[in-house]
Design a protein around this ligand. Structure first.
Ligand code: PHE
Length: 470
């Protein structure tokens, strides 16, 4: 008791000297006020869409669609995004908005017990994803530059493949590009919530849409694009198996930035009276739209030039440059495409950063700068061996995988689905009734959301998690 008074008294003294507040009530009020917020509903939607739209949509979605047979995968993916994905997005935003706290403190505040562990796992996941995300994003910056100098454009896939492997296995060059990309990310994060993250998204998301539309228009009008279009749009259910559902669910999760506290963090910068459901629906729609547009960019071109849609992760870095090399103004379109990828990756890396920064700065804007610098240093230290694992250090493996693949596997297949599962259970079964009522949607909508978040999502995610591990 004595200690409690001492703490309050010292807090009060500090408030009096620093802010001129005299009572603890004013002091607490000032702390809540001090939390940064989005400047408007549109600002939030753009920032959250910036987090969602990333390498996952433009690099990963087209090749995963190519590997999983096209149209039918697209349908299943969209169905999952607008049921389980959207419900989990609403749940994360609700947890963040109602507590006004970072990913770990949000759980402490609303339930306590062992629940903050879910938040800590999310913060660790964000840090680990960040450490390989900036490496791949660095490649996109390098490929933007190299498109213009023409060094990556050659007509044979084999030749382009050799250039790509040569580049990523170099011990120095990719690390430099990682550092450049990291510096850009730090620059945005240092600006803070409204004038850094939100402002970057305001400029970058519209640019991204314009570039995507230009590229899609070019791709669908190529001679022979029709075959790619029907592959992408005509569902062939004979090829659908259990693994198609698993791939679609994993893709939806990664793409919507779910299961690791990013949307809890972004939700915590919403004001208490900001609406959630409509904004979440807009974010999911924008995210799906970009993925579909990326499909229109990549798949028709792949078919028009007789490449393999199931080429896997190399589809972007190997197949596309060889296609661009055969196109009129190929260097221009190539640079435009990789620039687009870099922009998309930037607003996502910012979100990953913010999960960690928000936790360590504990809502105190004054600590944003030192914390951001420390986090960037730490992620760079982990990014160096991650980059080297594609070349000189490829011999050191974890569970048979080089570090980059191991980090990707661990986060995508274990911690993100596990986080999503626990967040669904938390939102569906633990959150108090009044918090759920804060959703402010109609009774039927809230009922539908609760049904998905209580039953459908946990069961479906548990199935992927288990099947994914087997
Ligand atoms: N959603 C991002 C993408 O599609 C990746 C991401 C995951 C970003 C988790 C933030 C948090 O690339």
């Amino acid at each position: 008791m004595k200690l409690w008074f001492a703490v309050l008294a010292s807090g009060q003294r500090q408030c009096e000297t620093e802010f001129g507040h005299t009572t603890p009530r004013e002091w607490i009020g000032a702390m809540v006020q001090a939390r940064e917020h989005w400047s408007s509903k549109m600002g939030f939607i753009l920032a959250a869409a910036g987090s969602a739209v990333g390498l996952g949509n433009i690099w990963r979605f087209p090749y995963v669609t190519g590997e999983n047979g096209g149209g039918a995968f697209l349908l299943i993916y969209l169905a999952i995004v607008f049921t389980i994905g959207l419900s989990l997005l609403v749940a994360e935003l609700l947890i963040g908005r109602s507590t006004q706290r970072d990913a770990a403190r949000a759980f402490k505040e609303s339930a306590g017990g062992a629940w903050p562990l879910v938040g800590y796992m999310g913060i660790l996941t964000a840090f680990l994803i960040l450490s390989f995300y900036i490496v791949i994003a660095g490649w996109t910056v390098a490929y933007t530059v190299k498109s213009l100098t023409g060094t990556i454009l050659a007509s044979g896939t084999e030749e382009v493949g050799a250039v790509f492997t040569g580049f990523i296995s170099d011990p120095i060059e990719p690390v430099i590009y990682t550092a450049i990309f990291l510096a850009l990310t730090v620059f945005v994060v240092l600006g803070g919530v409204a004038s850094g993250i939100e402002r970057a998204a305001r400029y970058l998301i519209p640019i991204l849409f314009i570039i995507l539309l230009v590229l899609a228009a070019r791709s669908v009008t190529l001679d022979g694009a029709g075959e790619g279009l029907s592959f992408f749009l005509k569902p062939d259910f004979s090829k659908v198996g259990w693994d198609t559902f698993l791939a679609a669910l994993g893709q939806a999760f990664f793409s919507l930035s779910l299961g690791m506290g990013a949307m809890i963090t972004y939700g915590s910068y919403m004001r208490r009276d900001d609406a959630i459901v409509g904004s979440a629906a807009s974010v999911a729609t924008l995210d799906a739209l970009v993925a579909v547009l990326a499909g229109f960019v990549v798949l028709p071109a792949v078919f028009a030039f007789g490449a393999e849609p199931s080429a896997g992760p190399g589809l972007t870095f190997i197949t596309l440059p060889s296609i661009f090399a055969q196109m009129p103004f190929g260097a221009f379109f190539s640079a435009l495409f990789f620039f687009l990828l870099a922009i998309a990756a930037l607003t996502s890396a910012v979100a990953l950063f913010e999960v960690v920064v928000s936790y360590f700065s504990a809502g105190d804007p004054a600590r944003r700068k030192p914390v951001t610098l420390w986090v960037s240093l730490a992620s760079f230290v982990l990014a160096i061996p991650t980059s080297l694992s594609m070349g000189v250090w490829s011999g050191y493996t974890i569970g048979g995988k080089p570090l980059l693949d191991a980090l990707d596997f661990f986060t995508n297949n274990i911690t993100m689905p596990l986080g999503g599962l626990l967040i669904a259970i938390f939102a569906g079964w633990v959150l108090r009734r009044q918090v759920v009522q804060e959703l402010g949607a109609s009774g039927t909508l809230v009922g539908a959301w609760q049904f998905v978040i209580r039953f459908v999502a946990p069961v479906a995610i548990a199935v992927i998690l288990i099947a994914g591990l087997i």
